[in-house]
Design a protein around this ligand. Structure first.
Ligand code: SF4
Length: 297
């Protein structure tokens, strides 16, 4: 049996039951893919259902205001994704659902991974949505590299060409890799339980115990922090947005104390202004002379 065949057999028995796996509708697939960027699967499950209840179609989402989508996204984080998703819906309503990976990619906000994901998962195209899991597993399986992720997408595509089935299973193969990556082929892989152990070029290395597991295989991005603040700026931006979302509007003068009890108007005002301005530029907030409010539109 081919390596992909073994993987698919394993996936049929052990694949996760996720709500977005029972649809091939491009809208639903796109919603799940955007939510899954930088958010855990369990958290996305709750939001995915609620979002589809509120915005069941491209048209419904396209007609939503900034405030509507910011409210619906509350708690998922990285709020710009909500506005981007709404803007994609507006583009689809105006121009129709893209038919190819290239035309998905032409929509503002859709990157190479998402374009490939919708093409493969919703439109049954033979393409590979390349994320960190695919990089790690194919690097091990096809190149025997225990921790070096393949960086160059073209190399991955050419290496994966023989691995991907010629027909069908364009949905199942990447989904199976995602599940293998979270359950077996983790940073410290359990090769003895892996359906690909006979085919994997890194399996012997791991099984012999000769591989030293690094403390961190992926460097953690350094997040910007202001002077002695305990949290990175994104946490405080999240608090600003939360207060404005809950109250509809907040006095600019009070906002500093609300997001940080140690706020010092001499040392921190510029920092606060920069964070508000960034949220305004991102379309998540708007300003009046004295208040910070949710944007219209
Ligand atoms: S054999 Fe080991 S390293 Fe290779 S894909 Fe399976 S779990 Fe990963």
């Amino acid at each position: 049996m081919s390596p992909a065949g073994k993987l698919l057999e394993w996936y049929r028995r052990h694949g996760r039951d996720l709500p977005w796996r029972s649809t091939r509708d491009p809208y639903r697939i796109l919603v799940s893919e955007i939510m899954l960027q930088q958010t855990q699967v369990d958290r996305v499950k709750e939001y995915y259902r609620a979002w589809l209840k509120q915005f069941p179609t491209w048209k419904k989402l396209a007609g939503a205001s900034n405030a509507d989508v910011i409210h619906a996204w509350a708690g998922l984080g990285y709020n710009r994704r909500a506005l981007m998703l709404r803007d994609v819906a507006r583009s689809v309503v105006e121009h129709g659902v893209p038919k190819t990976e290239q035309t998905w990619l032409a929509i503002k906000g859709i990157g190479p991974y998402t374009a490939a994901a919708v093409s493969a998962f919703a439109q049954q195209k033979r393409t590979l949505p390349i994320d960190t899991n695919i990089r790690r597993i194919l690097g091990r399986l096809l190149l025997g590299k225990p921790f070096t992720e393949l960086k160059d997408d073209e190399t991955i595509r050419s290496k994966a060409d023989d691995f991907l089935p010629r027909r069908g299973a364009y949905y199942d193969v990447p989904q199976a890799i995602f599940d293998l990556a979270t359950s077996i082929c983790t940073k410290n892989p359990d090769c003895a339980s892996c359906p690909l152990r006979q085919d994997c070029k890194a399996a012997k290395l791991f099984l012999s115990g000769r591989v030293k597991i690094p403390k961190r295989s992926v460097p953690v991005a350094r997040e910007r922090k202001h002077r002695n603040k305990p949290f990175p700026d994104r946490i405080y931006r999240g608090r600003i947005l939360k207060f404005v979302r809950e109250r509809g509007q907040v006095s600019s003068l009070r906002l500093g104390q609300m997001i940080d009890p140690d706020f010092d108007k001499h040392l921190d005002q510029e920092w606060l202004e920069a964070m508000i301005n960034r949220l305004v530029v991102d379309g998540l907030l708007a300003r009046t002379p004295k208040k910070v409010i949710l944007p219209k539109g």
